[in-house]
Design a protein around this ligand. Structure first.
Ligand code: PXG
Length: 286
């Protein structure tokens, strides 16, 4: 059975799920998206993902042609059509087809696309052994030029960083902001552990307000672990006892090496492992 993809109210077989080459989503990266997960047939933190999508759309003056309720139902409909319980959902809203030229006023019909599929970002063993990162020269977008809070279809900033990371043999890359502070990775937020407490860059470091980041902050509070959202430097990363990344696709993944420096003991630490366990409980058996 072919995988079904939702576009504007209809389900299409994967090979027939197509949009116009005049769509400004393709021509200019003019659109917004969300990466979401479902666990056991339930969409994880759906309200928060929809809230962020609507905020991203508002920021670029893109009117989503459906209500949140309708998008929510369309997601469940697409999951059911593909019989996916534990899956990955890519929700995309493009500006729609228009004339050549940037003017978004000369477009019509924003496309609402829902892909439901499976994703395994990193091999299982990396969750046990931990990841290696490298700091790359590509700075995270200056928040005054293009807010990293907008999850737009324009991911070149992150892709350039990802290319640099891969070039250096690392599957994730650490990006700094224009002040030289730690921002985030190309598709994940970053946390450090020091003295039993968590440290993570604040949103005004110019990062995406990650939903998994928010979940980890909640889980830490439940576990009695204090969380400090403070500007961090690379030095803070090098001297951290533990480090991990958070993201919808990656969930929580330990980091054991950054710029050739071993972090802590060189294997995933106890705070990281206990948060991974809590996250697993929340998503798999909650
Ligand atoms: N920073 C950036 C730049 C991201 O793109 C995150 C942090 C983590 O946010 P969430 O809300 O997911 O905790 C992201 C999210 C993919 C993929 O296909 C990427 C993301 C999410 C899901 C899938 O590579 N990035």
């Amino acid at each position: 059975m072919a995988l079904k993809v939702y576009i504007n109210g209809q389900l299409y077989d994967k090979q027939d799920a197509k949009i116009s080459v005049y769509d400004h989503g393709l021509l200019y990266g003019d659109g917004v998206f969300e990466g979401i997960r479902s666990y056991g047939g339930r969409v994880f933190r759906l309200e928060q993902h929809l809230e962020r999508l609507w905020e991203s759309a508002r920021a670029i003056r893109l009117e989503i042609p459906l209500t949140r309720q309708a998008v929510s139902e369309a997601i469940y409909q697409t999951l059911r059509a593909n019989q996916i319980e534990d899956g990955y959902i890519r929700l995309v809203v493009t500006r729609g087809a228009g004339t050549l030229g940037l003017d978004p006023n000369r477009t019509s019909d924003p496309q609402v696309i829902i892909i439901t599929d499976h994703i395994a970002l990193y091999p299982r063993e990396l969750y046990e052994r931990g990841l290696e990162l490298v700091t790359v020269a590509t700075l995270r977008n200056h928040p005054a030029a293009l807010s990293p809070r907008i999850k737009s279809l324009n991911y070149l900033n992150n892709i350039l960083a990802k290319l640099e990371g891969l070039q250096a043999g690392c599957s994730e890359a650490l990006m700094l902001n224009f002040k030289g502070e730690v921002a985030e990775c190309t598709g994940d937020n970053i946390f450090l552990v020091r003295g039993g407490a968590l440290y993570t860059p604040p949103l005004d470091a110019g990062i995406l307000a990650g939903i998994t980041r928010g979940v980890v902050i909640e889980l830490a509070a439940e576990a009695g672990i204090s969380v400090h959202e403070v500007p961090l430097l690379r030095h803070d990363v090098y001297v951290a006892e533990e480090c991990f990344l958070t993201g919808t696709a990656a969930e929580i993944i330990p980091v054991v090496k950054v710029d050739q420096r071993t972090i802590g003991s060189g294997s995933p630490g106890p705070v990281t492992r206990s948060l991974m366990e809590r996250f697993h409980q929340l998503t798999r058996s909650g």
